[in-house]
Write a protein that binds this ligand. Sequence first.
Ligand code: ZN
Length: 432
Amino acid sequence: MKRLMTTLTVLATGVFLMTLSLSAQAQFESADLILTNARVIDGTGAVYDRAVIAITGERIQSITSGEKQFNAGRTIDAKGKTVLPGLMNMHIHFGPRDATNEETVTEYLKRLPAGLYAYLSYGVTTIKSPGDMAETYIKVRERLARGEIQGPRLFLTGPPLTALGGYPAVVRYRDNPWLRAQRSIELTSEREARTAVRQLSELGVDAIKFIYIGSTDPEKPYVGRYGVAIRKLTPQIMKAIIDESHKHQLRVTVHTSHLEDAMAVIEAGADGLEHGVHERLLDDRLGTLMRERKASYVPTLYQLYTGTGETYPSRLAANKANVKQLAEEGVRIVLGTDSSPFSDGDGFATIRELEIYVRDVGLTPMQAIQAATRNAAEHLGKLDELGTLEAGKLADLIMVNGDPLKDIMSLYNVELVIKGGKIVVDKRQGTE
Ligand SMILES: [Zn+2]
């Protein structure tokens, strides 16, 4: 009898254990890659500790606080690290700025993969060029998308639209007619404006950019700091560009310098300002208008600090104060640097811009990070895919050593970069 009881107990225990292991197995979820023990700044404004980020294919599968168990192809322990969305720089330019013919461009393109990879190595997984040759860089965008070259996701506007005799045509390319025709589209009528937008749309640009500085009055030329008269688009042409762009579902950003020009283009429906306003904002008119219109403000402070070797102390002071003011007024601030892959060691410039926002402008680290993540994705119209770490979105994320909310400088310590679910940069010291 005793023997039978023991047998039954053994059998029962066996069944019980089997049931337990089956139910435990049922709780295991498959994933290609998980990051465990992560401190996460997800881009929405939320922060959580010891999260588990599961990635399958190119997307984020889930972010949980450890209640799920995973059967993962690969596990990375993110203890002591911070994970955040891949950084997005919404104002860069390719080159070459001194190209004189196709051959010089071809030579430049040979070096470009190294420049593109440099973005990734600093954790920059998305970039936008508001002003470069159209076809050339659409081809680069296609090569990136096919994985032939490694680099960030690329968004493009093609050449900026401007007035005949406008910036940058008569300033940068005055003595270089070949490049002038490649890197600016000079317009004299509304019809030309609509045609140009339609052609850029057909080529496959992601947005439109135009320049709105200078003078429409030949009797009262605008010279600015360039030493040459700069013509400005008429308000009618400016409005035609915005209208035609929106008809093609393209957002429009505008290079401006002065408050009244900025007010005029946002009033007319433009979606963002590049570089911002270089004179101190003395009231909340621009902030109120931009907030109401949900327009983006893309300060490019990095370039004012270092880029061209020139210094603009008064402009810099006004720009910094304006960024702070507009952020307080609820305007979407979006990170841009106006830098180039080779002249500025890009990628680096993106982190430097974040550092400037926190240390010199006075944004909080969270505000700065959102300018380079969530806000940038919203600016592109891609918040459904990019900019925050949420289930279902593309798995573009970075892991840094330390906590950028405590010290923004820790963003320089990027250890791991994942783009579209793939590890594209791994600087960790063999600990896995
Ligand atoms: Zn620029």
